[in-house]
Ligand binder design. Sequence first.
Ligand code: SF4
Ligand code: SF4
Length: 270
Amino acid sequence: MIEEMGIMGIVGASFAIMLVVAARKMAVKIDERIEKIREKLPGASCGACGLKGGCDALAEELVKDPSLLGKCRLVGPEEKREIGKILGIEVKEEEEKKLPRVRCTGESKILFEAAGERTCSAFSDLAGGPLACPYGCLGMGDCVRACPFDALRIENGLPVVDEERCRGCGLCEQACPRGVIKLLPKETKVLLLCNSPASGKEVNASCASGCIKCRICEKSCPVQAIKLDPLPIIDSSLCNVCGTCVEKCPRKVLKLGVAPLASTPPMPSG
Ligand code: SF4
Ligand code: SF4
């Protein structure tokens, strides 16, 4: 009996050793850098980086491809440098903070009163939407709902951004079916409040405001900082913020930037 127990013990011990050896051989080596990087990421898991698993997924991907660090707009410069150290790469200087700008005055004519699901994407799909301007803001707040930081609200039919809360993740820009919201450098000197590439004739027919491509801004700018293509593009490196274009624009769709976001004009009227 004692002899049998001894054999059983030896067999048992052999199995235990084999299991330990097998477990060691089969164990997946966890990259310690992933956890360290994860601690430096914002933890919002907002999805702005485009990865389904949010910050966890980004941490895992970063050890394979450090260039993805730029995908997360919420990581501050200090954290970027620290992640760079963990990855053994040099992180370039932080780019200028960007904020969402609302490029619409909200003055398009209304073609019909749309009923049903009140989302911008649903309205936009509905025979092109209820606005005469196919590029105008629908004001139903898809952008507001997309913001994970509660930084947007609709006022007088247009989104307004709370600059303190905004983290510049760009999810509002992605959510807008009209391309009304554009992320631009915070220090943009002159803002354009129109998104329509349509001709002046078409804009005139659809909107009480809106850029009519008259080129007055381009011609009047004393430092040639404006080029139309088809909307005015303002070169901030040339613009001296003299305000001439803002003053001369017959449609009042230019305004000096470095200031609150969208204008808050009256509700669109028919
Ligand atoms: S900006 Fe775009 S998403 Fe936001 S309310 Fe206007 S149309 Fe809708
Ligand atoms: S002056 Fe105003 S309406 Fe004319 S092209 Fe410039 S922005 Fe457009």
